[in-house]
Write a protein that binds this ligand. Sequence first.
Ligand code: GUE
Ligand code: MG
Length: 292
Amino acid sequence: MAEIIDGTAVAAAVRAEVAQDAAAFQREHGRRPALRVVLVGEHAASQSYVRAKARAAGEAGIDAETLARPADLSERDLLALIARLNADDGVDGILVQLPLPDHVDEGAVIRAVDPAKDVDGFHPENVGRLVLGEPTLEPCTPAGIVELLRRTGVETSGAHAVVLGRSNIVGKPLASLLLRRGLDATVTVCHSRTRDLPALARQADVLVAAIGRAGFVTADMVKPGAAVVDVGINRVDDASRERGYRLVGDVDFDAVADVAGAITPVPGGVGPMTIAMLLANTVEAARRRAAV
Ligand SMILES: Nc1nc(=O)c2c([nH]1)NC[C@@H]1CN(c3ccc(C(=O)N[C@@H](CCC(=O)O)C(=O)O)cc3)C=[N+]21
Ligand SMILES: [Mg+2]
């Protein structure tokens, strides 16, 4: 039976450290680190994520404000809002919640955010720095996964890490992080066109599932003793729950837990770490901006 990695507990530890850093920043600079979250439209999951982010930021001593705009906000007006936040010296971090409505070009919006305030780490300049191994604001979910592995003592050096999924938000940046000096994993990235994905997954010492399909990773795809990180957040109908659904990951948890050495649950695994790293990035952005 695998060790169940408690992402909520690790995230709480990170958040307590961030709160200390935020308090130190306030003592030194006479103001709190400031985060602005931009939410366009009424996507239900986005609304709940954004609420969770703002609440966690407030608890860490970050001045957090959510700027909610209607779904029909034009791309022009959204870019103007971002320009205003870029120009505001009292704003350290800007997060534009994704997905955006179809009439908005997400790439254009991501490029519009000042890289120094890009607490999502999605701007091409920050992605480039990440790939080059230079210090940068790291994307929150990959950074949270790495922090979770580090703090639970999962060895990555020389390990074969297999990442399932090649998204710009998780798979690609996580592969870059795991390759960096200090983490030193051997990385394989698999996707929908990968030939014999189960055979590659079975070679993984660290297996990361970020595909977005409930129960995709089955026990036969996992090497005994492997560390399994589940990034999936899938809603499945469940009439017995008050909300009418429950959350499951991309991993068939019960069966895989019998084979793996360690495994992250959903909920309570990677999700809380994503939020913790957003707070850490906000204080980091505030520090760097104050230093120049
Ligand atoms: N610009 C941008 N940056 C993001 O970082 C970003 C985004 N857009 N769009 C959506 C995804 C998703 N995401 C999550 C954050 C926390 C949980 C989380 O805390 N999940 C809880 C459960 C939450 C629940 O109960 O619904 C858990 O896994 O335990 C999940 C997902 C950030 N994202
Ligand atoms: Mg984020």
